[in-house]
Design a protein. Structure first.
Length: 150
């Protein structure tokens, strides 16, 4: 009887757990390794002039299954937009105006916390990220745009 219960526990521990639009999976015993799986992998362009600051987020997006391109300068951005189609473009709110004219992608702006209740932003963008957002929030925002359109 104990062996049967133990077998059931081991078998169910390997099943994925879902939260906030992304799949979370655990390998091994307990929670020694944890990762995220994007239910709808997307091609994502990030315009970030200081990507080292957000490196762990970008590594997490890649590991979750998104195909990520990071543009560090306006020239990198223009080159990326000419050569490829992206599902989602992420960047600071001030930079997205220039991107919106050339990109046929969903825009995911990163805004400052004090801007989150601004009616203009809420009317213009259905989904946005707050500065300092976690990997889970990035994954959720991308999934909402890809799943529901914009």
């Amino acid at each position: 009887m104990v062996r049967i219960v133990l077998a059931i526990i081991i078998a169910t521990a390997a099943l994925p757990a879902y939260a906030c639009g992304e799949g979370q999976f655990n390998l091994g015993q307990g929670m020694q390794y944890q990762g995220y799986l994007a239910p709808r992998p997307a091609t994502v362009l990030v315009y970030d002039q200081n990507p080292e600051q957000h490196r762990s987020i970008y590594v997490g997006l890649n590991r979750a299954g998104h195909r990520l391109t990071v543009a560090r300068s306006a020239d990198d951005l223009a080159q990326a937009l000419q050569g490829k189609r992206f599902d989602v473009v992420i960047g600071d709110l001030g930079n997205l105006d220039a991107i919106a004219a050339t990109a046929a992608a969903h825009l995911l702006p990163v805004i400052q916390r004090q801007q989150r209740n601004d009616p203009d932003i809420r009317n213009r963008f259905r989904v946005f990220l707050l500065s300092g957002a976690s990997l889970g929030q990035y994954l959720k925002g991308i999934d909402q745009l890809v799943r529901g359109g914009a």
